[in-house]
Design a protein around this ligand. Structure first.
Ligand code: TYM
Length: 333
């Protein structure tokens, strides 16, 4: 077992999708064998968009169930809910004193949300990266398995850690995004216009809860064209995306065959998509079925959440005490 600590989280804002799986959860499952791991459902982070309280709990249960269905073992890792660990918001408050309005306003995710939800540009949205840094630093994590879209947040977490260390003395390691030495992953949407997402692009996103029929329908609708007309031509982005998905779920020789067909201009996109659809069904359906069997078992999930909370608070309380001591807000010891 390595010494470096691993932390990562997923917001409870909806159904998990292939992007969450290949960007994050796949690595959680690999890392649980090799590192001390803390994985959590980021329910506080989901509050920035004011979700219906009646939907919040089922969403948290869903994210937990889907993580377990993907192979996360709650015996091996601390699997918990962010709001069950009060040390996180306390560190968040401290880190906010080291985060500047200008840099927070320049964050891409903030600018994006400020544009798409102009009536709800709240302070939680602005300080989203400091809460995320608190999630990570509260366990002194070194590695954070995330998708490409979280790169800037990780850079900010490193800045806040450095700033704390500089002002109050060496306390936090610098956390780095992690994908086993490879570039961080971005799983594109099926319509070729962006990435798979929990809340946008629903028809072009493959969810881990999609039925076989829905998976087939979505894949068959993926954007294609008439096909290449010259041998060895460059693939358009939307075709490259289909191949990218295929490399994740199909056998290597199947991918090779279609790549060859593309270079030789003999490819039939209908066949390509049919193959991808079947391989996706084979990949997603066992996860969906397992998650469905866990999702409603609240007794089981509460047991896991409690055990995860205990492990997470044990680590978090130590780090928080150290941070308080360094800042001079420890009066009784
Ligand atoms: P969230 O909930 O949007 O996504 C969870 C994880 O899935 C990855 N991901 C993707 N990866 C590749 N391609 C995609 N299309 C795709 N869509 C999502 C994300 O990169 C992420 O790893 N702010 C975080 C949650 C969070 C967190 C943290 C993460 C809160 N605190 C501390 C790490 C450490 C978020 O909104 O992820």
């Amino acid at each position: 077992m390595n010494k470096e600590i691993v932390v990562s989280g997923i917001r409870s804002t909806g159904f998990l999708h292939l992007g969450n799986y290949f960007g994050a959860i796949r690595n959680y499952v690999r890392m649980q064998e090799e590192y001390p791991c803390y994985f959590f459902v980021a329910d506080y982070h989901s509050l920035t968009t004011h979700p219906d309280p009646a939907l919040l709990k089922p969403n948290v249960y869903r994210v937990l169930a889907e993580n377990i269905a993907c192979g996360l073992d709650p015996e091996k890792v601390a699997l918990y809910v962010q709001s069950d660990v009060p040390e996180i918001p306390e560190l968040y408050l401290m880190l906010n004193m080291l985060a500047y309005k200008g840099e927070l306003e320049k964050t891409a995710s903030f600018k994006d949300k400020a544009r798409t939800q102009p009536d709800n540009v709240n302070a939680g949205l602005l300080t989203y990266p400091t809460l995320m840094a608190a999630d990570i630093l509260i366990h002194k994590a070194s590695y954070v398995p995330v998708g490409k879209d979280q790169e800037q947040h990780l850079e900010m977490a490193r800045n806040f850690a450095q700033r704390f260390n500089h002002r109050y003395g060496e306390t936090f390691p610098e956390p780095h995004p992690f994908n086993f030495g490879s570039d961080l992953v971005k799983i594109p949407s099926l319509d070729g216009t962006g990435k798979m997402s929990k809340s946008e692009n629903e028809n072009a996103t493959l969810y881990l809860a999609d039925t076989d029929e829905v998976i087939r329908k979505k894949v068959m609708k993926a954007k294609t064209d008439q096909g290449p007309t010259e041998v060895n031509s460059v693939m358009p982005d939307y075709i490259e995306n289909i191949f990218l998905l295929m490399r994740l779920v199909s056998e290597a020789d199947v991918v090779k065959k279609f790549e060859k067909d593309f270079s030789e201009c003999t490819i039939r996109y209908g066949d390509l998509k049919k193959q991808l659809a079947e391989d996706m069904v084979r990949f997603i359906s066992p996860i969906r079925e397992k998650a469905e069997s866990i999702r409603h078992d609240h007794v089981y999930l509460h047991k896991i959440m409690k055990a995860g909370q205990e492990k997470a608070r044990e680590s978090a309380s130590k780090v928080l005490s150290e941070a308080r001591r360094r800042m001079g807000i420890n009066f009784y010891c």
